[in-house]
Design a protein around this ligand. Structure first.
Ligand code: MF3
Ligand code: CO
Ligand code: CO
Length: 255
């Protein structure tokens, strides 16, 4: 599949979608507390995106996905479906937001702590975050995506964690998931030289135990096969002449 190169004007529109995405994550933070259900978080985000932002939550009805956001708790790797699950002290949860504005997508996710999770869970979230940042900071024209995947894998494994193989980052624009695939590990299938105007996500899923995953019967929820904890962070990034721009990073926020 060919990689769509975005113009300056396209990236201006993706920046708008990206900033809205970041604002949803900022808005929801105070609601992510002991006792809230993932359905309540979904509903708050849905209303904010559709009413306040006049935008579209991309997951809703995407290939049959039934909700507006993904909520992935503890051993859920990704694509958790909001429901009646009550968040409790010590849980870690990834909230993944994708917004469509004026036809363009922004896609970002982050980890939230409920009360005080065990140190090891906090450490997993931190390593997943730093793996994403390390990958983002390598982005520039002429860099090979393979080197980025390799660096992310080496970093995660140096902390004795593992990288999920079955799910990856992706090109994004007027289409939610488009070329290229962005693998978070070393692979000969990842040999792509970056060019100005490419836009894609980096979203490593890092497991405390083994890398393997299991798809649940709902056909969406992905868990670690060994029931170990999993953590993920995601940003949407544009390749620029002199490096990169993180479209989903709000001014003043750390990556
Ligand atoms: N936001 C996810 C990603 O980072 C995709 C979710 S697809 C859904 O690519 F259907 F589960 F929403
Ligand atoms: Co994504
Ligand atoms: Co996402």
């Amino acid at each position: 599949m060919t990689i769509v190169i975005k113009s300056k004007g396209d990236i201006d529109k993706m920046r708008i979608a990206g900033q809205l995405t970041g604002k949803v994550l900022r808005m929801i933070a105070e609601h992510v507390r002991v006792g809230v259900t993932t359905d309540e978080l979904n509903d708050i985000c849905h209303r904010y995106i559709t009413e306040t932002q006049d935008a579209i939550p991309a997951p809703l009805n995407y290939r049959g996905f039934p909700k507006s956001i993904c909520t992935s708790v503890n051993d859920v790797v990704c694509h958790g479906i909001p429901g009646n699950k009550v968040l409790k002290n010590g849980d870690i949860v990834n909230i993944d937001i994708t917004v469509i504005k004026d036809g363009w997508h922004g896609d970002s996710s982050k980890m939230f702590f409920i009360g005080k999770p065990p140190i090891r869970a906090q450490r997993l979230a931190e390593v997943a975050h730093d793996a994403m940042v390390l990958g983002i900071e390598m982005i520039k024209p002429g860099e090979n995506l393979r080197n980025i995947g390799k660096a992310i894998q080496e970093y995660a494994e140096s902390h004795h964690f593992s990288v999920v193989r079955e799910y990856c980052g992706h090109g994004i624009g007027e289409v939610f998931h488009e070329a290229p695939q962005v693998l978070h590990y070393d692979s000969p299938h990842n040999n792509i030289i970056l060019e100005t105007g490419m836009v894609f996500t980096i979203e490593p899923m890092i497991n405390a135990g083994k890398q393997h995953t299991r798809l649940m019967n709902d056909e969406w929820t992905v868990k670690t096969r060994d029931r170990s904890l999993s953590a993920q962070w995601e940003h949407t990034i544009a390749v620029t002449d002199d490096g990169f721009e993180v479209l989903t990073q709000l001014p003043g926020d750390p990556l």
